[in-house]
Write a protein that binds this ligand. Structure first.
Ligand SMILES: Cc1cc2nc3c(=O)[nH]c(=O)nc-3n(C[C@H](O)[C@H](O)[C@H](O)COP(=O)(O)O)c2cc1C
Ligand code: SF4
Ligand code: SF4
Length: 262
């Protein structure tokens, strides 16, 4: 049962990197509860009452995913200790600064901000990282998750700059472009209309038709559908047909269905 003294972990994840770290964090903190932001955001009232609240999310264009930002803006938060952890492929830019600013506008502090290196998942742009790079980054992810768990467990405080003008600009451009990019997702003739993409989509942005998925503007660009499709039947933009796919090797599509509350 949830009590004020139970730490709460709120996460958003497309391809499982953040989900993996959130689960590890919960194990390490012992009595922590884990909540998918994609499900919580649909509640009519968002009320967080906890000894400690930890927000975990991937970096998107040097900022936070739009859904995570909305969640932080909307939630009524009563917690003695607040932490944010960003999972990223190359550089998280000002993602943590963005969280600090959003919380700051609500007169809330950010006690601890941490970075968790992970495998890059924006494969239509960057391609799939080589096996040895993935192995190295998976090890870095495990180590950084462990370190962050230790810091949060002992209620460590650190500081993060809130002034990151270049990142703020890139993040704002991404927020503007995001709903306009949905038409770049295309299903190919390989689609069997199995429905997995619609179930895994954390934004509820896929409508199933007998022919296959139709993508809606609510898309967060998380890349889950493209990477988990068992037929590799989803493409994005000018992605080459032989481009590989990635998701965290220890996170299955079934585990992520949880995200949608389906
Ligand atoms: C739309 C989009 C934008 C991204 N932007 C960044 C970025 O600015 N910096 C970065 O280091 N990684 C970026 N990434 C990579 C992800 O942050 C990284 O792979 C993360 O671990 C994915 O987490 P997930 O598997 O929980 O979704 C981006 C990925 C996507 C899909
Ligand atoms: S997961 Fe792939 S095969 Fe299944 S409906 Fe979606 S696009 Fe089609
Ligand atoms: S449509 Fe695909 S990329 Fe967009 S939010 Fe849903 S799963 Fe993610």
């Amino acid at each position: 049962m949830s009590t004020k003294n139970t730490p709460r972990i709120y996460y958003f994840s497309g391809t499982g990197n953040t989900y993996w770290s959130a689960k590890k964090m919960a194990e390490r903190l012992g009595d922590a509860e884990v909540f998918p932001i994609s499900r919580e955001i649909r509640l009519p009232k968002l009320h967080i009452e906890a000894d400690a609240a930890v927000f975990m999310f991937p970096a998107y264009a040097y900022g936070v995913p739009v859904m995570v930002r909305c969640f932080l803006e909307k939630a009524e938060i009563h917690a003695d200790y607040l932490a944010a952890l960003v999972s990223y492929g190359t550089s998280p830019g000002g993602a943590l600064a963005e969280v600090r600013r959003v919380l700051g506008r609500k007169n809330l502090p950010l006690h601890y901000a941490g970075r968790i290196p992970a495998v890059e998942n924006f494969i239509p742009i960057f391609g799939v990282q080589k096996a040895e790079v993935q192995a190295r980054r998976l090890a870095m992810q495990a180590e950084a998750t462990e370190q962050a768990a230790g810091a949060i467990s002992s209620r460590t405080n650190n500081n993060v700059l809130s002034f990151r003008p270049f990142s703020s600009l890139v993040s704002a451009l991404f927020r503007f472009a995001r709903p306009r990019m949905v038409h770049l997702f295309r299903r190919t003739g390989a689609c069997t209309a199995c429905g997995l993409c619609a179930r895994i989509c954390p934004a509820g942005a896929i409508t199933m038709t007998p022919e296959g998925p139709v993508f809606q503007n609510a898309c967060e660009n998380c890349q889950a559908c493209l990477n988990f499709c068992p037929c590799r039947a989803i493409n994005f933009g000018r992605m080459k047909p032989d481009t590989g796919r990635y998701h965290h090797p220890e996170v299955s599509a079934v585990a992520l269905f949880d995200l949608n509350g389906k």
